[in-house]
Design a protein around this ligand. Structure first.
Ligand code: SAM
Length: 489
C-alpha cells in the first residue's frame, strides 16, 4: 500500500517541488510509480496561475474520488498552489480528499501519509481531511537535494543501469513581492524568501559531483535573489554574485535561470553575459504588454521603451542572444490600439520562444475587480496573432542554423528511445544519433534539418563514440530526460 503517483500541473517550480516530494517519499520507503492506474496514493501538485489550470485539477480529483469508492484505502492528496489558494473551500467540491497541503508544507507530506497509513493499518476510520496551508518560516530551505539517478534501460556497459541526470533545477528562492495586478502567485507562494547563498552553492557542487552539467537557477523573481540578505559589492547584485559562484564550480558547464523580472536587468547582469562563458545566451524576459498604459495598470514597473532598451543592451553584449517572453493578451480594458503596441514590440524583439496567455480572472487580485473585461473571442484572436509571429520567428531562427555546428549537451534518449536528444546553448531541442556514453557530454552537432521547434543533425566526433557502435542499445533505451522545455514560471 505504498505506491505513490504524483501528477504535476503548471510551471517548473511545481515540477521541482514534485521531485522534492518524490525524493522525500522514496527516503521513507514509498515507491514512486509512473502509472496512475497502479497506485495506492495519488498526489496532485496543482497550479493556480489561470482558472483553467485549477479546473483541470479539480476535474481530475473529482474523477479519482468517484473511481476510488471501490477502494476505501486509496489516498488522494491535493498539494501546492491550488491547495494554498482554496484551502478548506476545496472540500465543497471534493469532500473525499484526504490531504490538502500548501506550498510551504511540501516537506510535511511524508509525515501526513505515514499517519494516514498507520491509522488505516490499525483499522481506525480516517476522519477529517488533513489540511495544512500555514506559512512556515524557513520553508524555502526545505526544497533541495531532490535529484536521484534515473534508470535508462538498455544502455550499454558505460551508460547502462543508472544514468545520472545531466541538468537540474535548483530552487534559490520562494514567493514573490511584486504584486502584479493580474497575478495570484504572491497569495499562493507567499512573501519573497531567499535560500542562503552557501547552501545553494553547496547543492550545485554536490549536483556537479553526481554528473550534472547544467544548472537552472529557479525562483519566481530570481533577479531579486538575496536583496534583503546580501549587499551589492562593486555594483554587483546578490543574484549576479550567486551566478559567479556557481560559475566557479568545476563540472558545471552551463548556467541558466528562470524567471527573472525586467526590473532586475541592470548593467551588472547584462555584463555577466559577456564575461561568464558558462552563462548561456538565452534569456526569458517577461514583457506582459507593450502598452505603457496597460503595464501601469498591471503594476509592472517598466515602460515599453525601457523593455526595448534591456533587449538592446543584452544583444549588444551577445548579438546571438536567444529571447523568450511571457505575454498576457486581453488584460481588462486592453484596446485594439494597445494590443497593436504589444504586437509591434513583440515583433521588434524577435522572440525565439514565448508563452502567450489569455488573461484569466483570479479572484482576490486587483485586476479581477477592474471593469471592461475583454471577451474571449477577442483574447483568442490576439493570441493567434502573436502565435503566428512566434511561429515565423522560430522557423526563421532554426532555418538560419542549418549547416552550422552547435554545441549540444547530450541529455539522453529521445521520446522514441531510437535516437538521442540534447539542447544547444540557446535552448533549442536537438535530435540525433549518438552513443549512450555521450550522455552528459558537450558535443558538436552539425544541423541538417529543422522544424519549428526542433533541430536535427549529425554529431561531428571524428571517430569518437560514433552512433554505429550503439545502435543496438539505443533501440530499447527509454527517455530519462528531464524537460527544460519551458522557461515559464
Ligand atoms: N516572473 C514572472 C514575471 O516577471 O512576472 C512571473 C511568472 S508567472 C507565475 C507566469 C506567467 O503567467 C506570468 O508571467 C504571466 O504572463 C502569466 N500569468 C500570471 N497571471 C495570469 C493571469 N491572471 N492570466 C493570464 N496569465 C497570467
Amino acid at each position: 500500500m505504498n505506491r505513490v503517483y504524483i501528477k504535476t500541473y503548471g510551471c517548473q517550480m511545481n515540477e521541482r517541488d514534485s521531485e522534492a516530494v518524490a525524493a522525500m517519499l522514496r527516503a521513507r520507503g514509498y515507491r514512486i510509480v509512473g502509472d496512475e492506474n497502479d497506485c495506492d496514493i495519488m498526489l496532485l501538485n496543482t497550479c493556480s496561475v489561470r482558472d483553467a489550470a485549477e479546473q483541470k485539477a479539480i476535474g481530475k480529483a473529482a474523477h479519482i474520488t468517484h473511481q476510488r469508492k471501490k477502494n476505501p484505502d486509496f489516498v488522494l492528496g491535493i498539494l501546492g498552489c491550488m491547495a494554498q489558494n482554496r484551502g478548506a473551500a476545496l472540500l465543497d467540491q471534493l469532500p473525499d480528499v484526504d490531504l490538502i497541503v500548501g506550498t510551504q508544507k511540501f516537506h510535511q507530506v511524508p509525515d501526513y501519509l505515514d499517519n494516514l497509513r498507520a491509522a488505516r493499518d490499525a483499522g481506525v476510520p480516517i476522519g477529517e481531511t488533513i489540511i495544512d496551508i500555514a506559512e512556515e518560516a524557513g520553508s524555502q530551505n526545505t526544497i533541495k537535494d531532490h535529484l536521484e539517478p534515473q534508470a535508462v534501460e538498455g544502455g550499454d556497459g558505460a551508460a547502462g543501469g543508472l544514468v545520472p541526470q545531466v541538468n537540474a533545477f535548483v530552487s534559490i528562492q520562494q514567493g514573490c513581492n511584486m504584486d502584479c495586478a493580474f497575478c495570484i502567485v504572491p497569495k499562493t507562494r507567499g512573501d519573497e524568501r531567499s535560500r542562503p547563498m552557501d547552501d545553494i552553492v553547496a547543492e550545485c557542487r554536490s549536483l556537479a559531483a553526481r554528473g550534472v552539467k547544467e544548472i537552472t537557477l529557479l525562483g519566481q523573481i530570481v533577479t531579486s535573489y538575496g536583496r534583503r540578505d546580501y549587499t551589492h559589492t562593486n555594483g554587483i547584485s546578490p543574484f549576479v554574485q550567486l551566478i559567479e559562484r556557481v560559475h566557479e564550480i568545476d563540472g558545471i558547464e552551463r548556467i541558466r535561470f528562470t524567471s527573472p523580472h525586467p526590473r532586475g536587468f541592470k548593467e551588472d547582469l547584462a555584463a555577466a553575459y559577456g564575461r561568464l562563458p558558462k552563462l548561456c545566451e538565452y534569456v526569458h524576459l517577461p514583457m506582459q504588454s507593450g502598452s505603457n498604459r496597460i503595464l501601469k495598470a498591471m503594476n509592472r514597473p517598466y515602460s515599453r521603451e525601457r523593455y526595448q532598451e534591456i533587449v538592446d543592451s543584452l544583444r549588444a553584449v551577445r548579438p546571438d542572444m536567444y529571447f523568450s517572453t511571457d505575454i498576457i493578451v486581453g488584460f481588462p480594458g486592453e484596446t485594439d490600439e494597445e494590443f497593436e503596441q504589444t504586437r509591434q514590440l513583440f515583433e521588434a524583439c524577435n522572440y525565439d520562444m514565448a508563452y502567450i496567455f489569455k488573461y484569466s480572472i483570479r479572484s482576490g487580485t486587483p485586476a479581477a475587480d477592474m471593469g471592461d473585461q475583454i471577451p474571449d473571442e477577442v483574447k483568442e484572436h490576439r493570441n493567434q496573432v502573436l502565435l503566428n509571429i512566434l511561429r515565423q520567428n522560430s522557423e526563421r531562427r532554426n532555418a538560419a542554423l542549418l549547416g552550422t555546428v552547435e554545441e549540444v549537451l547530450v541529455e539522453g534518449p529521445d521520446k522514441t528511445g531510437q535516437r538521442f536528444t540534447g539542447r544547444t546553448r540557446g535552448n533549442r531541442v536537438c535530435i540525433f544519433d549518438a552513443n549512450p556514453r555521450l550522455i552528459g557530454q558537450l558535443v558538436p552537432l552539425k544541423i541538417e534539418r529543422s522544424s519549428v521547434s526542433t533541430l536535427y543533425g549529425e554529431l561531428q566526433l571524428a571517430g569518437v563514440d560514433g552512433p554505429e557502435s550503439s545502435a543496438q542499445s539505443q533501440t530499447s533505451a527509454q527517455s530519462s530526460v528531464s524537460s527544460l522545455s519551458g522557461a515559464q514560471l
